[in-house]
Design a protein around this ligand. Structure first.
Ligand code: TYM
Length: 342
């Protein structure tokens, strides 16, 4: 049963709980596309079971799941190269999550900052699913024995918990079965901030639509949001160090670097010393050039929902073929009768 080495396999997921925004794109989706071209097998999931940890209107959830799939493909994911599917079609995620609910400790879960943020002051009224969210996330990853997980910085704590769960399972059952997954938090935009407040993360739950760029925004809207982005009165500094105490400026430079596939150093060499009145139009042109084709392609793909559903169902078949044997080995290790014949 012991298994010491794992083939490189990439897994990541995004919740279909609203519009994809620039933070999701630069922190996650764009990285998914980069990793698709590596030697590792890549598996990308629309995590609909996670989305319902807070209330979702059923029709909106269905639409958002299909639109997220359209966003994955429009951004450059290819169903022939990567496995693309929605989580609820592969029951093994929820089955392994139950086992992990019995491995993870209450104290670990209580420390999760995302739960505290999302549950807010009224934690008594949060769903049990929201509390258990990170155990399902660990199951998403480990049901494929995934070795690498590209995410934005806000998921770091959840990935540490995934490693803790894998280690405790391996230790408790005396096996070397689940890999200790590596988070892949890389690039210039692992934490894209709100365009209205450089101290807050760009997020789908911010009440101000001006705080984020949505992947469904048209060119005029993207340009307007960048024009209105909060800045300070100084021109851009000529050295990176000069961005330290200027969160809004730093955010816009990071966004530019990530969109242009340049290092922050190279961007500073180009734009250092310029006024925002000059830099913002450059950023707007770049953002429109990179994002408008994605939003056009998403709209085109959404005209054939049948094709999207076919892609998701075929992706789910491929995902299940990997997950099912790993789940049944897990059941076997845990001592469930009949596990071997599944
Ligand atoms: P979700 O849907 O909130 O976010 C999806 C991805 O987008 C990244 N992200 C950001 N990156 C940079 N700047 C931002 N402002 C920003 N906002 C969001 C997130 O870090 C994430 O990578 N729990 C996950 C979904 C999930 C998952 C998984 C991820 C479920 N199971 C297994 C990896 C592996 C989440 O909340 O995603």
């Amino acid at each position: 049963m012991a298994e010491a080495s794992y083939t490189p396999r990439v897994f990541s997921g995004i919740q279909p709980s609203g519009n994809l925004h620039l933070g999701n794109y630069l922190g996650a989706l764009k990285r998914f596309v980069d990793m698709q071209e590596s030697d590792a097998q890549t598996i990308y999931c629309m995590v609909d079971l996670h989305a319902i940890t807070v209330w979702q209107e059923p029709e909106k959830l269905r639409h958002a799941t299909r639109e997220l799939c359209a966003g994955f493909i429009a951004a450059g994911l290819d169903a022939k190269k990567s496995i693309l599917f929605n989580q609820s079609q592969v029951a093994e995620h929820a089955q392994l999550a139950w086992i992990f609910n019995c491995v993870a400790r209450m104290g670990w879960m209580k420390r999760m900052t995302q739960f505290k943020d999302k549950a807010g002051k009224n934690a008594e009224n949060a769903s049990l699913g929201l509390f258990g969210y990170p155990a399902l996330m660990a199951a998403d990853i480990l049901v494929y024995h995934a070795t690498h997980v590209p995410v934005g910085e806000d998921q770091k704590q959840h990935l540490e918990l995934t490693r803790d769960i894998a280690m405790k399972f391996n230790h408790d059952y005396g096996v070397d079965f689940f890999p200790i997954t590596e988070p892949v938090i890389e690039g210039a935009a692992t934490r894209v901030m709100s365009l209205r407040d450089g101290s807050k993360k760009m997020s789908k739950s911010d009440p101000s639509d001006l705080s984020r760029i949505n992947l469904t925004d048209d060119a005029d809207t993207i340009a307007k949001k960048i024009r209105k982005a909060k800045t300070d009165p100084e021109p851009l500094p000529s050295e990176i160090d000069g961005l330290e105490a200027r969160p809004e400026a730093r955010n816009l430079v990071n966004i530019y670097a990530a969109l242009a596939d340049m290092s922050v150093e190279a961007v500073m060499a180009d734009v250092g010393g310029r006024a925002f009145s000059e830099f913002k139009p450059m950023l707007a042109d770049l953002a429109v050039a990179k994002l408008a084709p994605i939003s056009d392609e998403m709209a085109r793909l959404m005209r054939d929902v049948g094709e999207i559903d076919r892609i998701l169902s075929q992706g789910a078949d491929k995902a299940r073929a990997i997950a099912a044997p790993i789940l049944s080995q897990t059941y076997e290790i845990v001592g469930m009768v009949g596990a071997g014949v599944r």
